[in-house]
Design a protein around this ligand. Structure first.
Ligand SMILES: [Cu+2]
Length: 220
């Protein structure tokens, strides 16, 4: 599914599946909404009180219809549930050998720790086409690590670790996406937004090395 004008870019195969589920659910609810509203208007006109039809019919239920209108929504809900649960688990179990980036929420900024010890604030970099796993926690209160462009969110909880993984398609290399905190965490909450830059794997490695040198110099 391509990019639309009313949803953010969908960076991963996973986020495209989530959009597929979203459009599926939207289609189902739109269909039934229109059906019910049309029937409502038709019935209002057709069965309105008239001189010939002053007293309404006395209806005592209809087993066939009731089973049908219970069963159909139940099956639709089960189908939505199956897909949702599948996606929730798929997002948390990383495939082989991911690059692990530690995400730590602070009042009011995001800290990112990379495998080679590089440490940044509000500056998230990910290589395109590689599996990146986020280990998410908080240093103080509950924050929400939310990356709209990958359709994923996990709470950042003090004393606990949550996870999700992504694999960004290479067509987004060079682009930057917002990473807001989506749990109200105090007066600085609205300004708690990091940026996620998608880099080519080679540029990502170069950046890691350069940053490591720079951080060593500034500490030493
Ligand atoms: Cu926050």
């Amino acid at each position: 599914m391509g990019n639309s004008t009313w949803l953010p870019a969908a960076l991963t195969h996973f986020s495209q599946s989530v959009d597929g589920l979203f459009y599926g659910v939207l289609g189902v609810v739109t269909f039934f909404f229109v059906l019910v509203e049309v029937l409502l208007v038709v019935f209002l006109v057709r069965y309105r009180r008239t001189k010939r039809n002053a007293v309404g019919a006395n209806v005592h239920g209809n087993n066939k219809l009731e089973i049908l209108w219970t069963l159909i929504p139940a099956l639709i809900l089960v189908a939505i549930g199956v897909f949702s649960v599948k996606y929730v688990y798929a997002a948390q179990v990383a495939p082989a050998k991911p690059i692990v980036i530690k995400v730590i929420g602070h009042e009011w900024k995001w800290e990112f720790q990379y495998p080679n010890g590089v440490d940044t604030f509000n500056d998230l970099r990910v290589p395109a086409g590689q599996n990146v796993l986020f280990d998410i926690t908080s240093a103080d209160v509950i924050h929400g690590f939310y990356v709209p462009a990958v359709r994923l969110q996990q709470d950042a909880l003090p004393g606990r670790q949550t996870q999700f993984w992504i694999n960004v398609e290479s067509q987004y290399t060079g682009q930057t996406f917002p990473v807001p905190c989506d749990q109200f965490c105090g007066p600085g909450h609205p300004t708690m937004v990091a940026t996620m830059k998608v880099m080519s794997p080679a540029d990502f490695q170069t950046w890691l090395q350069t940053e490591k040198q720079a951080q060593k110099t500034s500490q030493g």
